[in-house]
Design a protein around this ligand. Structure first.
Ligand code: 13P
Ligand code: SF4
Length: 319
C-alpha cells in the first residue's frame, strides 16, 4: 500500500515537473531556489544558491519572469534589483522570523538615536528596513564588507544578533547589535550536538552564523549555506554534523555522495525545528500555478524600492 502511494507521488511529481518545464519555456521564466527549499523544488530550479548568489543572479538575468522559490524578502530583493521584471513568489505568505524581528518603525528610531553610525543590515530584512540602511550584507559577505570599512567606523548591525556577534568576534569590531534572531537557527541544541559528536568523534561540525555563539565556538567551520557546502566538498572528513536548516543536506549529499551528513537536532526534540516552515511552503503545485497564472507578483512601493536599491548595489560592489 505504501509503495503504491509513493509510486503515485512520484508520477504526480514527474507530471508537475514536466508542466513546470513547459511553462517556463513559454513564459521565458527563470526559477531560482534557496538551498532550504524542498528537494523537488530544487530539482526543477534553474539556479540554486544562498542569499548572496540569488541576489547576484537576479541582478544579471535576462529572463522576463523571475520565479523566486524562497521567502518573501528574497522576492523583494529580486524586485528591487529588477523593478521592470515580473517577480513571482509561489507562496507570498512565506515570511521570515528574522526579518519579522526587525520592525521598520522601531529600527528607524534606533538608527536616529545613533546618527553617527553606518547602518549595515542583513539581507533577511523587509524592503522598508533596507531603505533605512547604508549597506546590505549576507552571511556570505558580511565579514568582508565590515572589514572594508575604516577600523574606527561606528556601525549599527541588524537584525541578527548571533551573526553580529560572530562578525564582531572575527573582525575585532564593536558593532552595535539589534536583538533579532531566526527561530530555526537560534534553537539548535548544544547538548544534542555534543551527544552526536560523542557518537561520531570524527565528524566535523558545520555551523551557520545565525546560530548562537556557543555553537559557533565548537564549529570546525562557520559560514553561509554556500560556504558550508563548499567546505564539505573540499574537506577530507567522512562525516559532518550540519547545524543549519536541514534542506541543505540534499545538496551536500548530492555533491558529496561518499560522505555522511547528520542533521543537528533542535532543542525541542519533539518537533522538526531544524526545518524552516516558511521555506517549505512552496510546493510543486504552487510553483506550477504561479508560473501558469503569472502571480502572486511581488510589488515594492517605488519610493522604498529606490531607497533600498542603493545599499543592495553597494553590497554587490563590495562583495
Ligand atoms: P544564507 O543563504 O545567506 O546562508 O542565509 C540563510 C538563511 O537563513 C536564508 O534565509
Ligand atoms: Fe528566515 Fe530563519 Fe527561515 Fe532563513 S531559516 S528564512 S532566517 S526563518
Amino acid at each position: 500500500m505504501e509503495s503504491k502511494t509513493s509510486a503515485l507521488d512520484t508520477d504526480l511529481k514527474r507530471q508537475l515537473a514536466e508542466e513546470i518545464k513547459e511553462l517556463k519555456k513559454e513564459k521565458n521564466a527563470v526559477i531560482m531556489a534557496h538551498y532550504y527549499q524542498r528537494d523537488e523544488i530544487k530539482e526543477v530550479a534553474d539556479f540554486i544558491g544562498d542569499s548572496l548568489a540569488l541576489a547576484r543572479k537576479a541582478a544579471e538575468t535576462d529572463a522576463d519572469v523571475i520565479v523566486m522559490c524562497g521567502v518573501h524578502f528574497m522576492g523583494e530583493t529580486a524586485k528591487i534589483l529588477c523593478p521592470d521584471r515580473k517577480v513571482i513568489i509561489p507562496a507570498p505568505e512565506a515570511g521570515c522570523s528574522l526579518a519579522d524581528s526587525c520592525d521598520p518603525v522601531e529600527f528607524e528610531k534606533f538608527v536616529k538615536e545613533h546618527p553617527d553610525h553606518t547602518v549595515i543590515s542583513y539581507v533577511n530584512t523587509s524592503a522598508a528596513v533596507k531603505a533605512l540602511t547604508d549597506i546590505v550584507v549576507t552571511s556570505g559577505n558580511a565579514r568582508k564588507i565590515v572589514e572594508s570599512l575604516p577600523v574606527d567606523e561606528k556601525i549599527i548591525f541588524g537584525p541578527d544578533h548571533n551573526l553580529g556577534e560572530y562578525i564582531n568576534s572575527v573582525t575585532g569590531r564593536n558593532m552595535l547589535l539589534w536583538n533579532g534572531a531566526c527561530h530555526v537557527h537560534d534553537r539548535f541544541s548544544l547538548q544534542g550536538i555534543a551527544e552526536l559528536k560523542k557518537a561520531h568523534p570524527g565528524a566535523k561540525v558545520l555551523v551557520h552564523p545565525e546560530c548562537r555563539r556557543p555553537l559557533q565556538l565548537i564549529a570546525d567551520k562557520v559560514g553561509s549555506t554556500a560556504a558550508l557546502l563548499e567546505f564539505a566538498r573540499k574537506d577530507d572528513a567522512k562525516e559532518y554534523i550540519v547545524v543549519t536548516e536541514s534542506g541543505i543536506l540534499f545538496d551536500m549529499e548530492k555533491e558529496c555522495p561518499e560522505k555522511t551528513f547528520i542533521p543537528a537536532p533542535a532543542e525541542d526534540a519533539e518537533c522538526q525545528c531544524n526545518q524552516c516552515e516558511y521555506m517549505k511552503m512552496i510546493t510543486l503545485e504552487k510553483l506550477r500555478d504561479s508560473l501558469r497564472d503569472g502571480k502572486p507578483e511581488i510589488e515594492v512601493v517605488p519610493e522604498i524600492c529606490q531607497k533600498a536599491l542603493r545599499p543592495i548595489e553597494r553590497m554587490l560592489q563590495l562583495s
